[in-house]
Design a protein around this ligand. Sequence first.
Ligand SMILES: Nc1ncnc2c1ncn2[C@@H]1O[C@H](COP(=O)(O)OP(=O)(O)OP(=O)(O)O)[C@@H](O)[C@H]1O
Length: 449
Amino acid sequence: MKYILLIEDDVTFSEMLKHFLERHKYEVDLSYNIKNALTLLKKQNYDLVFTDLRLPDGDGISLLKEIKNSKNNIPVVLMTSYAEVSTAVQAMKQGAFDYISKPFNPDEVLEVISNALDVKKTDTRDTIVSKISSKKDNSHASTDFVEGISAASKTLKEYIHLVAPTDMSVLITGESGTGKEVVAKNIHLKSLRKDKPFIAVDCGAIPKEIASSEFFGHKKGSFTGAIDDKIGHFEAANGGTLFLDEVGNLTYENQVQLLRALQERKVKPIGSNDEVFVDIRLITATNEDLLHAVDKGDFREDLYHRLNEFSIKVPNLKDRNDDLILYADFFLEKANKQLKKSIVGFSKDVLTLFQSYNWPGNLRELSNVIKRATLLTQTDVIHKNVLPDELVNSNKNSVPSNKFSAKKNEKELIISALQEVGNNKTKAAELLHITRKTLYNKIKEYSLS
Ligand SMILES: Nc1ncnc2c1ncn2[C@@H]1O[C@H](COP(=O)(O)OP(=O)(O)OP(=O)(O)O)[C@@H](O)[C@H]1O
């Protein structure tokens, strides 16, 4: 019987959910706060943590981080309200398995839970990494990967086909949510290593103090907290592909270690005297300008060239307008399946809005907008009234991007956009048609607090 830790401070709701899950043959422990949950996690081996995002003594994300930093590799599913969906998406980037928006229907809960329990994990790794099972075949992968029909997508497809069968290191660039990880998986699945592991690691989520142990592993007792031997990501990916996301976030010291491991093709777990030979194909991704980081001395040039034997830029959604409907249909079909709905399509108004919106969050944003709209729609067709305000009002508010590109009034535009949205950086970035990251960089550049 699978054992679930449910963390929810709404007493009535949590009791109902507990009984519901028990009726479906799960064993459930209930906690109303994080403190108690952490105690329970130490005592018991759970198969799944199902937690509310907001709790009296903290949020689900800090709990998620605690779990990731511990030796457990338990899948974590978050419960959120609609307003928190963007936070939940951030949480997924930090390793949460999935999120589910309240109010949810019983079937949806069961599906999310069974998906999370099915997920393949290696029990020796403590950072949540996604691993494509070696048995996963290409036919399945191809249904998860929509190739697109726009010119930009065709070029992308061509590059993937060309580079996949080689052993070249690939640097994938592109804005957040464009599908860099999906492209990396696709390269792996089209490569000769497809039957070996694909290990995805978010370098931005690894605290620098434990990065060496994460990458190279450690021996029991080699430092305080090393209570067991641990295999690092390099060894876990042996024979297959190691995908390092947000590679620009590695510290200088970690860059040196990574370069050494790549050059020597062997790693030494912390506390071990033995080196382990590793045969990996490296794919990295970044949404930063790594060359700029090289110029500034923040990223090692030798490592940059080692990673960039071949580079692929994943286009923004806005630059693949011809694909938009194709992706919208794909995400609708996916949401229908997940939410057990049978919505047939979008109203004309919605499609027009989709075409004119700038999609700063790219495919991830499109997917989220459609999942939410699918849940809210009670008719056959998705109408404008279930779209988020920022999308519906985008045309009214938008600052023309050509204005923004004029360097001299950039600062003024940022200030006025921030004022207009009450200093909300996400909304300001959307208004300016730039990513949040770019906005943060510009705020720093112009010393705007
Ligand atoms: N070609 C595609 N076909 C189908 N779905 C896709 C495709 N590309 C991306 N997606 C979906 O879009 C979402 C974002 O993709 P992904 O996480 O790969 O983006 P990313 O560029 O790696 O994001 P980040 O920079 O924030 O890590 C995911 O839900 C993914 O499944």
